[in-house]
Design a binder for this molecule. Structure first.
Ligand SMILES: [Zn+2]
Ligand SMILES: [Zn+2]
Length: 347
């Protein structure tokens, strides 16, 4: 089958032929229709310090996908949950089920997590074999949408962790695809005020498309002051910190109201200085680190949000490429002109 592979340490990725994966007793073989390209794939292409420390080539890359079930392992077939022809997506974090986080309902924090397209073969290929426990039926959602449910799920997790946001005030810092998805989720969940901030004009347009009440350009606007102005001087109930930048962190802690919440997803490349006494302790802030998606509350919530029409993530998609144009797909992410990028593999 065709696959996009990191064949050896160093820059780039190559489209090559590899054997179709074998199907274990508990596995589902999926013919990939669409896949999402994300910042992680750019890191792997660039072979930065993170990639060099984590990836053991050769590995098929890609972790966001959807497609059709083509074969079931014998134990999966006996269960009767999946059938050949089902359209599905999958959680790309494969967890052990045995560690303390797994056994306490926190599989997203599994100490033995293996990520497809990073730690084991991934989805930029004609086929992928996945454990059945990770596979989610799309229930009528198109595979193009299913292909980006992994990052949409990050947005759902970030926006909704902490509970009901009906009528709440929120600020999303960083409007890459996940920040835009979080914006859409907050609107779908009934937030009363959703502010979205990004230096990049393209991303501000995408956040507007996803329903932000007001988009802010931190290069020319005082985000913290505006967040206070629009909340009777208090600050917002919830900040979704998606930028991972020290300036974003400072804005997040200053813009949250006393007793508010900061859900942090953006991953910093460097350490951040925080005035804990002023910004966290005396403010009574709750800080939550967002890793992956809750298994499987996030997925079930998301499937209903999308399936019902309450949430449409597609306005964030700006580019589509066939598998053989993977270099261009990575290129538009690198130059900052893209929202979400989708590969059309078997469509
Ligand atoms: Zn991703
Ligand atoms: Zn585990």
């Amino acid at each position: 089958m065709r696959a996009v592979v990191k064949a050896a340490p160093g820059k780039g990725l190559e489209l090559t032929e590899v054997p179709t994966p074998s199907v274990g007793a508990r596995d589902v073989l999926i013919r990939v229709h669409n896949a999402g390209v994300c910042g992680t794939d750019l890191h792997i292409w660039e072979w930065d310090a993170w990639a060099a420390g984590r990836i053991r080539p050769p590995v098929v890359v890609g972790h966001e996908f959807a497609g059709a079930v083509v074969e079931l392992g014998p134990e999966v077939a006996a269960e009767g949950i999946f059938a050949v022809g089902d359209l599905v997506t999958a959680e790309g974090h494969i967890v052990c089920g045995d560690c303390v986080p797994c056994r306490t309902g926190n599989g997203h924090l599994c100490v033995r997590t293996q990520i497809i397209g990073v730690d084991r073969d991934g989805a930029f290929a004609d086929f992928i074999a996945m454990p059945a426990s990770n596979v989610m039926k799309l229930n009528g959602i198109p595979t193009e949408v299913g292909a980006i449910m992994d990052p949409v799920g990050n947005g759902v997790h970030t926006a909704l962790e902490g509970g009901d946001v009906t009528g709440a005030t929120a600020l999303v810092i960083g409007c890459g695809p996940i920040g835009c998805f979080a914006t859409g989720v907050l609107r779908a969940a009934g937030a009363g005020l959703v502010l979205a901030s990004d230096f990049n004009a393209t991303r501000r347009v995408l956040a507007t498309r996803m329903g932000a009440h007001r988009v802010l350009d931190p290069a020319h606007e005082d985000v913290v002051a505006i967040a206070h102005d629009l909340t009777e001087g208090l600050g917002v109930d919830l900040v979704c910190e998606m930028s991972g930048h020290p300036a974003g962190h400072a804005t997040a802690f200053a813009a949250a109201r006393p007793g508010g919440r900061v859900n942090m997803l953006g991953t910093p490349a460097e350490t951040t200085e925080v005035d804990f006494a002023r910004d966290v302790i005396f403010k009574g802030l709750t800080i939550y680190g967002v890793t992956g998606r809750r298994m499987y509350e996030t997925w079930i919530q998301m499937r209903r949000l999308i399936g019902s029409g309450a949430l449409d993530p597609m306005p964030v998609v700006t580019h589509r490429f066939p598998l053989e144009r993977i270099a261009e797909a990575i290129g538009v992410i690198k130059d900052g002109t893209a929202g979400k990028v989708i590969l059309e593999i078997n469509t």
